[in-house]
Ligand binder design. Sequence first.
Ligand SMILES: Cc1cc2nc3c(=O)[nH]c(=O)nc-3n(C[C@H](O)[C@H](O)[C@H](O)COP(=O)(O)O)c2cc1C
Length: 159
Amino acid sequence: MSEARLLISWYSVTGLNAALARAADAGARGVAGCRVRRRPAHRTRVEDLAWASGYLFVAPENFGQLSGGLRLMFERCFYPLETALQGRPYALIVGCGNDGRGAVRDVDRICAGWRLRPVAEAMIWRGGADMPAAQLREGRAQARELGAALAEGLAGGIF
Ligand SMILES: Cc1cc2nc3c(=O)[nH]c(=O)nc-3n(C[C@H](O)[C@H](O)[C@H](O)COP(=O)(O)O)c2cc1C
């Protein structure tokens, strides 16, 4: 079995998605047999994407679409890896205000272009960065679980 390697590429301005990405990272790092890289979108390199055997993308929705920071990462890296990532698994977290479905649609469309495989239902966490602390704690707990599940799936060869 080849080594399990999870890349978490994230974008955040006011902190919600940064917190969810950190929680997912903590969950994934608790799993033996999976290496993890967590990179902000602007520092996510083609090499990081090529290195990984699975992906977790974390970003807000803005104006009904995937926010620009993560979109730029995809735009920068898409063609250098056009056919290189086929079949690899991915999951998505969208921390947003009151919707999130547009960002999910955009990421799914981009990932379909890379022929990545969705392996979990997208986690949409609504309420914005100033949501009540208990709600943020619950979001972080779910993100942590998703990170762990992805790492377990990769380490166990399930995906
Ligand atoms: C210009 C702008 C547009 C936004 N548009 C949407 C939107 O279309 N749908 C939504 O659910 N939230 C929307 N939001 C809310 C953000 O997704 C929310 O503030 C989120 O917490 C931002 O993520 P961050 O805290 O990780 O930066 C918007 C926020 C801004 C500033």
